[in-house]
Design a protein around this ligand. Structure first.
Ligand SMILES: O=C(O)c1cccc(C(=O)CC[C@H]2O[C@@H](n3cnc4c(=O)[nH]cnc43)[C@H](O)[C@@H]2O)c1
Length: 218
């Protein structure tokens, strides 16, 4: 297998350089992520693209610092329109009659090995009291900074585990070039009221590295 890891920041890349696979830095956000993924796929011809990084955990996920979310699907959580009664209803691309790619709308299915990778990561993370969980991962353009914002997204996408700012765009670009994709995010912060002091980035990057070492080994 020739996986390509896409990260947003040099700090994330630094932790992952020793894994023996290609790691590319895109910059923050969906546009950077899509453009960098397209360039990297054309240059390196991977057979799997993995969007990896830190992320915020939704309260209902039960995930906490250092837990690792594996995507069952990557969802553009805010791509659509607000409408309906009082303008409070989210209309996704399907409701608007627009296709994203290949007949898909906001949701991009993950690579079909995602469940097996989650199982393997759970084996090793369990030893340090962290968890690996499979479920939807949301992509947002703005870090959610309020409890009501978290609540809105959890209602819109039941079962959502974590949010980040690049995963759907990485998967989208990879899909357009015929390569399967997966997103893996380690929890650095809860989604909710902004508290920058509470972020635990180092802990998140350590368990992300452990999880990746395990799944990439076989
Ligand atoms: O709120 C701040 O002051 C702040 C300070 C430093 C960095 C940020 C970011 O927005 C980093 C975004 C970066 O990290 C990923 N990430 C991590 N946690 C979250 C989250 O809760 N919601 C969305 N994205 C998150 C994201 O993928 C970016 O690559 C903010």
């Amino acid at each position: 297998m020739r996986p390509l890891l896409m990260v947003a920041t040099p700090g994330e890349a630094q932790h992952l350089r020793g894994l023996g696979v290609s790691v590319r830095v895109s910059g923050i956000g969906a546009v950077n992520a899509a453009l960098a993924t397209a360039d990297a796929v054309r240059e390196e011809r991977p057979d799997l693209v993995v969007s990896v990084g830190i992320g915020g955990a939704y309260p209902s996920s039960g995930l906490t610092f250092g837990d690792v979310a594996f995507s069952s699907e990557m969802i553009y959580a805010t791509l659509g329109a607000m409408g309906g009664e009082g303008g409070q209803e989210f209309l996704d691309l399907a409701a608007l009659g627009f296709e994203l790619v290949d007949g898909l709308h906001n949701r991009l299915p993950a690579w079909d090995g995602a469940r097996e990778w989650t199982r393997r990561a759970q084996g090793v993370l369990g030893e340090v009291n962290a968890r690996a969980v499979l479920g939807p991962i949301l992509t947002v353009d703005t870090v959610t900074g309020t409890a009501s914002g978290a609540d809105i997204l959890e209602r819109r996408f039941p079962g959502a585990l974590v949010e980040g700012m690049e995963g759907s765009a990485v998967a989208h670009a990879a899909r357009r070039l015929g390569v399967p994709a997966l997103e893996i995010r380690s929890v650095s912060n809860p989604v909710g009221p902004r508290d920058r002091a509470a972020w635990r980035i180092s802990e998140a990057l350590t368990s992300l590295t452990v999880a990746l070492q395990t799944v990439l080994r076989n």
